[in-house]
Design a protein. Structure first.
Length: 168
């Protein structure tokens, strides 16, 4: 092999290495999108990965905007429960608004059932309260807020009064 052939091979190798080298901007974009820069071997592969990740992020943002950040399945459950107990729901209501309205009606109906000593009505609305508690837990990420805990404790107190026949 001649010196010229070795020199040409080294030049081509250096050129290909520089073409495939990732710029600092590309590396930064990859890191910001959560893509390991070591997982791509060329600038074109990195640009394709960046484009794909940005499109995915945009479609996620579009679906969040469409639902106003709410879980549609959870909203459907809340609306179904609202229909069962006769609470009107508008499209502008948030899940929290729906839950608050349902809670008000259920609390009033439980108090009414206790006043009338109507066990069947009380049991019916206790079941609705249980369904509402499940929806609230899902809405709060699996936990109860302080207000909801006190509401639950009040419900237990009312159940105990009813069970022992105590009226106020």
């Amino acid at each position: 092999m001649s010196i010229n052939a070795i020199s040409s091979a080294m030049s081509a190798s250096v050129y290909l290495r520089d073409v495939n080298k990732l710029t600092d901007d590309i590396i930064e974009k990859l890191n910001n999108l959560g893509i390991d820069p070591n997982s791509v071997s060329s600038a074109s592969e990195a640009n394709a990965a960046i484009k794909k990740a940005e499109e995915s992020n945009q479609s996620d943002a579009d679906s969040t905007d469409k639902n106003n950040g709410e879980n549609q399945d959870l909203r459907d459950k809340a609306e179904d429960l609202a229909d069962k107990i006769g609470v009107k729901v508008s499209e502008n209501d948030t899940i929290d608004d729906i839950i608050d309205n349902i809670s008000d009606v259920i609390d009033k109906m439980l108090a009414y059932a206790i006043d009338r000593n109507d066990k069947s009505l009380y049991d019916k609305y206790s079941d609705y309260k249980s369904d509402l508690n499940d929806i609230e837990a899902d809405n709060n990420g699996g936990g109860y807020s302080g207000i909801r805990v006190f509401s639950f404790m009040e419900m237990i107190a009312e159940q105990n009064k009813y069970a022992h026949g105590i009226k106020q």
